[in-house]
Design a protein around this ligand. Sequence first.
Ligand SMILES: Cc1ncc(COP(=O)(O)O)c(C=O)c1O
Length: 393
Amino acid sequence: MAAHPPSNRTARRLHAIPPTIFSEMSALAVRTGSLNLGQGFPDVDGPASVIETAVDALRSGHNQYAPGPGVPELREAVATHQARHYGLDLDPSSEVAVTAGATEAIAAAVLALVNPGDEVVVLEPFYDSYVATIEMAGGVRRPVTLRAPDFRLDLDALRAAVTDRTTVLLLNTPHNPTGTVLTREELDAVAQVAIEHDLVVVTDEVYEHLVFDGHEHIPLCTLPGMWERTVSISSAGKTFSLTGWKVGWVTGPEDLVRTVVGAKQWLTFTNAAPLQPAVAYALNEEAGFYEALAKDLQAKRDLLCAGLGTLDLDVYVPEATYFVNTDVRRYGYADAMEFCLALPEKAGVVAIPAQAFYDDREEGRHKVRWAFCKEATVIEEGVRRLGAADLYR
Ligand SMILES: Cc1ncc(COP(=O)(O)O)c(C=O)c1O
């Protein structure tokens, strides 16, 4: 069911929010029987032991509301994870809250921190829920563009985007869809800007463990002066290949976590009671899963990038995440949307027009995002189909 264009009953706050491109392209994949290299969900489920833990929880009475901020064992597991990986010392009772995926955490943070008219500085291309939640909060997005071919953070552009109306910086690293992992130098510069302008930074770190080639994910909150002004967000979806579970979390200083929970309690209040203990188990016992997953994804990135490299495309090899970006302009289409709409018929493959994630139309116009969180046989078949097709307009 398409939620766009708005009907005459649609509230104005939704008018400027485009429909999510993923529903449209995944429906296209089903309708045309194409291979879906579009939406970022893995073909293979996460650890069996974690799923069994959830089954046990379902069978042993974990079926009523969980506490609003999450079951204690998951909050403790998140705190232990932050200590183990990043040397952070969190109080699980006040500095951790569980959410319905990272998506609810982002929405709650933006609704709780952004007043109508406030400006939110956000990296472009954006994860599309940022656009929607900033709009719903009545905020104004101020994009800072990560530009091809390197997709590095332009520090002058960052400084120029901040005004006296800016209240929040919404940062995503490792970054979807470019695969950029912000370096310590880049994060230092972000920290400097945030401190100078007294901003809160909301960091979306859902790809924290899916990083390649020895790149290091550094949570911004670990930098000097940043703990007290950072809301850090992650979730089990990507880390444990359980995207349908929608179990996420926010961590940060007590006042910011309390503020975010203030909005979250009126969105879902709580969710996924039987899944929360299973995610606690996953965080405590299954670190090996995401270590192996990162290696596996790196090999799949290489497989897809090598295949795409044989086509008439510019391929931008990512440092992290599930996705690789390409520039398709040499195929002669007006834009990436036109290319992606032609692709199922021409090649039996679906990809995502990354222009949907840009305000800067020129920068986004010919970018296409491909997902490699798929089985190797699917990637190989996709590449074979693309290689056999005439992709020119
Ligand atoms: C950058 C980013 N943030 C958040 C999410 C959503 O996370 P969740 O499924 O935990 O709501 C995604 C999923 O694709 C994402 O790519």
